[in-house]
Ligand binder design. Structure first.
Ligand SMILES: Cc1cc2nc3c(=O)[nH]c(=O)nc-3n(C[C@H](O)[C@H](O)[C@H](O)COP(=O)(O)OP(=O)(O)OC[C@H]3O[C@@H](n4cnc5c(N)ncnc54)[C@H](O)[C@@H]3O)c2cc1C
Length: 382
């Protein structure tokens, strides 16, 4: 059996690797260089504190892999776990926390509900008086997306995957309603399955197969700061769900600050959006971070920043399914595709090799959930 994977980001490579470990012959076609889509622009967060059971299940299955990544893949991905701290200012946000923590704990996650004062023990400069409630999980954290991608790329090559960079897929070949391969700018590739792992380009690749996928590229920005005072490395990735800002420690006291803080959220062209950070966004981001915690005083330095794309679906869950015979979508990760890539790779391999997903409940990942009006929105979105 031969599978063509469209896209050499973390999802494409994790899928290729999972398929190869099940003795499938795999070719990855990447239009540019590996990771040049969203993956290299991610901040690498890995957490189990999601608001829906399927996202928690994807996290649980992925965290297992991230934990053993260095042993299995021989690459230190700088996986650090100071936890994630979610904060609620609004009553409506706080109201959901208790139920979420119960659901997460039911799946074996060590999350806990904290009072704002308890949260300050985790994040000592927190302006606790602004908040009503918090949740925290000590096993959440982050890793370096570039190193993780390289780990998967090396493991793919060792497992016999053919990785073709600078190879754009220009069409999906169909016969009797089934995908039978792709056309590329370097020629035709026949395959038993085509996997769409094209990140923000996913709707375009889906359209090549005649599909109308509800995946929309949205721009998200990140800023690197030298905060004053410095953010210790023990401070969790801290998310103010109501103001939209988040920050996390980097090395030696510096910090990343991010979040969707603009009023508008226009769909972007993944080939032609602004990849540099907006200065007015950066100013707002630091102001909001300063409202959250005392790390971002007046002498905080704005060092650099960038923008990337989230491939967003209406309910912030991906579509992972065989949408047409021979055509598997692994798309629409809505800002959590880096961390969920290991589980996604397994799902893709299950669809190709077993004909169905068994690792998690497949229903919330199907594309027709939107037609049925069954999409349950993920609320913990940074
Ligand atoms: C600012 C920011 C912060 C983020 N932070 C986090 C985080 O903390 N945690 C987390 O889990 N996620 C995070 N994400 C989201 C994460 O980056 C993505 O969900 C993830 O990288 C998606 O991986 P992917 O492989 O699906 O897509 P991509 O990495 O975009 O890969 C898709 C690839 O497909 C290729 N491609 C597209 N069309 C074609 C074609 N026709 N032919 C050949 N190749 C094609 C592209 O060139 C690209 O390399 C963040 C994203 C951004 C922008």
């Amino acid at each position: 059996m031969h599978v063509v994977v469209v896209g050499g980001g973390i999802v494409g490579l994790a899928s290729a690797h999972a398929l190869a470990t099940r003795d499938v012959e795999v070719t990855v076609c990447e239009q540019g260089s590996l990771g040049n889509g969203s993956t290299e622009r991610s901040v690498g967060g890995i957490r189990s504190q999601f608001s829906t059971p399927v996202n928690v299940a994807l996290s649980r299955a992925s965290v297992e892999v991230w934990e053993r990544f260095e042993n299995e893949f021989g690459v230190d991905i700088a996986y650090r776990r100071p936890g994630y701290l979610f904060l609620a200012r609004e009553e409506s946000t706080a109201a959901g926390f208790e139920e979420q923590v119960a659901m997460q704990r039911g799946q074996g996650v060590e999350s806990e509900l904290l009072t704002p004062e308890e949260a300050r023990e985790r994040c000592p400069e927190l302006h606790a008086g602004r908040y009503r409630a918090a949740t925290y999980c000590p096993t959440d954290g982050f890793a370096d997306p570039h190193l993780a991608l390289q780990g998967y790329a090396d493991a793919c090559r060792e497992a016999g995957v053919e990785v073709r960079t600078k190879t754009a897929v220009t069409d999906v070949r169909l016969a009797d309603g089934a995908a039978v391969g792709v056309e590329t700018d370097g020629g035709r590739v026949d395959a038993d399955f085509v996997v769409n792992a094209a990140g923000p380009w996913a709707a375009r690749v889906g359209a090549m197969a005649g599909l109308d996928l509800p995946v929309s590229p949205r721009r998200r920005q990140v800023l690197v700061t030298d905060p004053d005072p410095p953010v210790p490395e023990s401070v969790p990735l801290t998310v103010d769900l109501d103001s939209g800002v988040y920050f996390r420690p980097e090395r030696e006291g510096s910090a990343l600050v991010g979040g969707h803080l603009e009023d508008s959220d226009d769909e972007q062209d993944p080939g032609a959006y602004t990849k540099s950070m907006d200065l007015d966004w950066a100013t707002t981001a630091v102001e909001r971070a300063a409202e959250t915690a005392g790390y971002f005083g007046p002498d905080t330095e704005l060092k650099r920043g960038w923008a990337g794309l989230y491939a967003v679906t209406p309910d912030h869950h991906p579509v992972v399914e065989e949408s047409l015979p021979g055509f598997v979508n692994a798309v629409g990760f809505s800002g959590h595709g880096f961390q969920h890539a290991p589980a996604t790779g397994r799902l893709v391999a299950e669809l190709v090799c077993d004909g169905a997903i068994s690792l998690v409940d497949p229903v919330p990942l199907s594309s027709d959930r939107f037609d049925r009006g069954e999409g349950v929105v993920e609320r913990n979105v940074a």
